[in-house]
Design a protein around this ligand. Structure first.
Ligand code: PGA
Length: 248
């Protein structure tokens, strides 16, 4: 089964309306012939300006988080309807920085994911182990828990994207080797087969994330189970276009 590659950027808490608009302007001609789906997940306040900057192009704009409630007394939070009003299609859920600094748990990841799916958004659900978990041989155990609890109750798991991001590789310049990333993502795919169905496992798009850049993207993307990338640092510059064009 062929899965369409999907390269997404994660700007995190970087860029302004002005610098973001400029970057998108420069990226548009560079990524217009991409053979993959392309998305930039940006801070919520930049969504209107970035949607405008990318209108009519193949660059989708995504969000970096979404709340599970439809509306209500949740100061500082953003609802799925608010995102959809601006044409947002994708939303990152459960990024390790949210888990580490903002109390995100598998349970809240699950609630956000179900709400996003209900609203017709495509969640990019992040999973991945800490360095000490990898070193103590607990990677699969951690992934089992994140997948089972985080994806609990999903009707059609092929409507989500999974981003495997080993926490020790994020923003550290220490990328997982092609083999490490392939092996772990193959494990995640197998687990999706067990938790959902073998056909779902074949169909679901799974990205790698963690210091992916213009230099290492080809090797990672050549792995049979790696369908794309979630790109942090390298999505803040024109290098992002080189990753999008990994197959050229
Ligand atoms: P990085 O971030 O590419 O800067 O390592 C990836 C991510 O956190 O999604």
């Amino acid at each position: 089964m062929s899965r369409k590659p999907f390269i997404a950027g994660n700007w995190k808490m970087n860029m302004t309306a002005e610098s973001g608009t400029q970057l998108i302007k420069e990226l548009i001609p560079l990524v217009k012939d991409a053979n993959c789906d392309v998305c930039l997940c940006v801070p919520a306040i930049l969504i209107p300006a970035m949607t405008k900057a990318s209108a009519g192009t193949n660059i989708h704009i995504g969000a970096e988080n979404v709340h599970w409630a439809n509306s209500g007394a949740y100061t500082g939070e953003i609802s799925a309807d608010m995102l959809k009003e601006y044409g947002v299609k994708y939303v990152i859920i459960g990024h390790s920085e949210r888990r580490q600094y903002f109390g995100e748990t598998d349970e809240t990841v699950n609630k956000r994911t179900l709400t996003a799916l209900n609203a017709g958004l495509t969640p990019i659900v992040c999973v991945g182990e800490l360095l000490e978990e990898r070193e103590s041989g607990k990677t699969n155990e951690v992934l089992d828990r994140q997948l089972k609890d985080g994806l609990n109750g999903i009707d059609d798991v092929t409507k989500i994207v999974i981003a495997y991001e080993p926490v020790w590789a994020i923003g550290t310049g220490r990328t997982a080797t092609d083999e490490q990333a392939q092996k772990t993502i193959a494990y995640i795919r197998k687990k999706i087969g067990e938790l959902f169905c073998p056909k779902c496992a074949e169909k679901i798009v799974i990205q790698y994330g963690g210091s992916m850049n213009a230099g290492n993207c080809k090797g990672l993307m050549a792995q049979p189970d790696i369908d794309g990338g979630l790109i942090g640092g390298a999505s803040l510059k024109l290098d992002f276009a080189k990753i999008v064009n990994f197959d050229k």
